[in-house]
Design a protein around this ligand. Structure first.
Ligand code: NAD
Ligand code: KPL
Length: 294
């Protein structure tokens, strides 16, 4: 049984694509026990109904996928990991950085893995989950016991038909995604624009170079491969062009009145700068501007 903690867009994408009968959502304490029914609209093919039961207290999952938002993850794990055998691998799907390291430090006895995915899923209606964009999912170990379970975890998740790969250095891959999100998400949320429209805004043009200087220094401090500010800007602008028509996840959160993941993107970079004595004025400014959007 594969247990999914976080029955939102990404959790439902996995629940709908993994073999029926092999998945269950992890309930919040006291949550209703009626199964979850929703419609799933795949990229190819027709919309179909999906039913997912809640994990029962007598059931022992062989794998736990954690698909909560970064800010909810530690609370969700605190409520559930004490009930899950210490040899059950836990895969963290959160965007940004910080929550993965916290979970790994807090639960050293569990095999902890992290994933980064470019799959896109959303819920335009409460009972409709749309697989909006096909992508790749990379999974790697956060600790030694996670490493021992990596191949088997990938074998389980490949059954979904999604593109799932092992990653020997998941921290670097999470950093690569963080760089892109740090250079796009906050700007789109502040400017209330789609990714491609960023490039025309003077606010973006004014701050992108100093932002990339900060990120370049932080990559060095974190022991990540060196990337010049110009290379970082080119990568960020390239993704903004390729995803020109996208509403970033951060702008979508702001527009829906949800908490954003800013504290795990530019906010994470600010905390890292404080630890390493790196000036992060631009990351700080972006973090504060997004925190005040609600
Ligand atoms: P979401 O808000 O749709 O889903 C999160 C779910 O977690 C919600 O249903 C919420 O009720 C549930 N939750 C929160 N706290 C909980 C708790 N204590 N116990 C049980 N459930 C709890 O978010 P999402 O879009 O599915 O994203 C989840 C994570 O995956 C985020 O970090 C996001 O950045 C990342 N991600 C999402 C996508 C995507 O396409 N949706 C793509 C890449 C990465
Ligand atoms: O990952 C993204 C997000 O919106 O969170 C990007 C790459 C910016 C695409 O929209």
């Amino acid at each position: 049984m594969i247990a999914i903690l976080g029955a939102g867009s990404l959790g439902r994408l996995w629940a709908a694509t993994l073999p029926a009968g092999q998945v269950a959502f992890v309930p919040r304490p006291g949550q209703a026990t009626e199964p979850v029914h929703f419609r799933f609209c795949p990229i190819r093919g027709v919309t179909r109904p999906v039913t997912v039961p809640w994990l029962q207290s007598r059931q022992t999952p062989s794998l736990l996928l954690v698909t909560t938002k970064a800010g909810d993850t530690l609370t969700a794990l605190n409520a559930n990991l004490p009930l899950i055998p210490t040899n059950t691998p836990v895969v963290l799907f959160q965007n940004g950085l910080g929550s993965q390291q916290h979970a790994t430090e807090a639960w050293p006895d569990h095999p902890i893995l992290a994933a980064t995915t470019t799959e896109g899923a959303n819920r335009p209606e409460a009972d409709l989950t749309v697989h909006a964009g096909e992508g790749e999912t990379w999974i790697g170990a956060m600790n030694a016991s996670g490493e021992a379970h990596l191949a088997e975890v990938v074998r389980w998740l490949v059954q979904s038909g999604l593109n799932v790969h092992t990653e020997s250095d998941i921290l670097s891959r999470l950093w690569q995604k963080l760089v892109i999100n740090a250079g796009i998400n906050a700007f789109t949320a502040i400017l209330n624009c789609q990714n491609g429209q960023l490039l025309e805004h003077t606010f973006f043009q004014q701050w992108i170079d100093p932002l990339c200087q900060e990120i370049s220094q932080l990559l060095n401090s974190a022991g990540q491969p060196e990337q010049t500010p110009d290379t970082l800007r080119a990568r960020i602008e390239n993704v903004a062009r390729k995803t020109a028509a996208n509403t970033s996840s951060m702008l979508a959160d702001v527009l829906a009145g949800r908490d954003t993941e800013i504290d795990f993107i530019n906010g994470y970079l600010v905390r890292l700068g404080q630890q390493h004595g790196v000036d992060t004025q631009v990351n700080q400014m972006l973090t504060e501007r997004v925190q005040h959007l609600k």
